[in-house]
Design a binder for this molecule. Structure first.
Ligand code: UDP
Length: 326
């Protein structure tokens, strides 16, 4: 199949491109490289079925000449992953671009999908549940989002994108799939993007203080990227009647302090745990209920946190050495 991956040079996008090439597809990887990195797809550039196009998902993709020339009238599937996803990347001065990327990006991929008759998968997020009052989070829970807080650009942007997807399906006949991705980690994360797994591992490898925000009693559920990719692919290729939204995440739940302790057992280091201020609106808990994914997609994660962290530590160790940081 001919498949477009927006956000293809990012952490999840680059892992997805690799998987799609391995399974015999032709991949067009689109990214503006704001938080994505060309290095993440460097070794794919020579692959005969891989093309990279530098473009912003907020532009009119349907009428983009470079993209049209690549598609040559044919496109089967679109994975829409384009959006900054780390809180430090989407907050601050990039907040407005983040909402635009979510909303205009959704419209542009949906219009493109309609033009070509392609199925389009939206990567939504556990952030649509905000600071959840229902635990674990089921898809029917409507969330607890502060619409004027510093996370709103992402949370509300992704919520609006979901509503656009379902309206395009209802009114225009778009073929849609919506997944809600919970915290994911693994190779090709950006060491500097500020997320907890990359921060803790890189801090431990460098012997720097491990920064726990707040008391570290807040919880998250961490899914290894290969498990997520398997779930995404299962959803994309599932019964067209099943549009989602469906949670994809690992239901194992850990406090941030427990995560720090695990990293300390895996990386020999002189690092100490220190506390920093808890960011505004930081969700207190998060864990997916994955019953729907299990029953509809026959999917559940297979890689536990210890194994996934080992693989991720090996990746960051090699990466920081290659970058001359270690
Ligand atoms: N966090 C932390 N130290 C860090 C980075 C993050 O304690 O160096 C905390 C953060 O406050 C949140 C959790 O770890 O409670 C997960 O943060 P992340 O940015 O990875 O993802 P989020 O789930 O907040 O989108």
């Amino acid at each position: 199949m001919k498949i477009l991956v927006t956000g293809g040079t990012g952490f999840i996008g680059s892992n997805l491109c690799r998987h799609l090439l391995r399974t015999g597809h032709e991949v067009i990887c689109l990214d503006n490289n704001y938080t994505g990195r060309l290095e993440n797809v460097q070794e794919l550039m020579a692959h005969p079925n891989f093309t990279f196009i530098e473009q912003d998902v907020t532009c009119d993709l349907k009428h983009d000449q470079k993209l049209s020339a690549l598609l040559k009238g044919h496109l089967d599937q679109i994975y829409n992953l384009a959006c900054p996803a780390s809180p430090p990347a989407y907050q601050g001065k990039h907040a407005i671009e983040t909402t635009k990327t979510c909303v205009l990006g959704a419209i542009n991929v949906l219009e493109l999908a309609l033009e070509y008759g392609a199925t389009v998968l939206q990567s939504s997020t556990s952030e649509v549940y905000g600071d959840p009052l229902v635990h674990p989070q089921v898809e029917s829970y409507r969330g607890n989002v502060n619409p004027i807080g510093i996370r709103a650009c992402y949370d509300e942007g992704k919520r609006c994108a979901e509503s656009l997807f379902f309206d395009y399906a209802r009114h225009m006949g778009a073929k849609i799939k919506v997944i809600r991705i919970f915290n994911t980690y693994g190779p090709f994360m950006d060491p500097k993007d500020g997320r907890v797994v990359s921060n803790f591992i890189c801090q431990a490898l460098k012997g720097e203080d491990i920064t726990i925000y707040g008391t570290g009693s807040q919880t998250r559920s961490f899914c290894y990227v290969d498990d997520l990719i398997a779930g995404m692919s299962a959803m994309m290729n599932s019964d067209p009647e099943f549009q989602g939204p469906v949670n994809l995440g690992n239901p194992g739940e850990f406090t941030i302090k427990e995560l720090a302790d695990k990293v300390l057992t895996l990386v020999p280091t002189k690092s100490q745990l220190i506390q920093k201020e808890l960011p505004q609106d930081d969700p207190k808990c998060r864990r997916p209920d994955i019953s729907l994914a299990q029953s509809k997609l026959n999917w559940r994660p297979t890689i536990d946190l210890n194994e996934g962290l080992k693989r991720t530590c090996a990746y960051f160790s090699a990466r920081l050495q290659a970058d001359g940081v270690l």
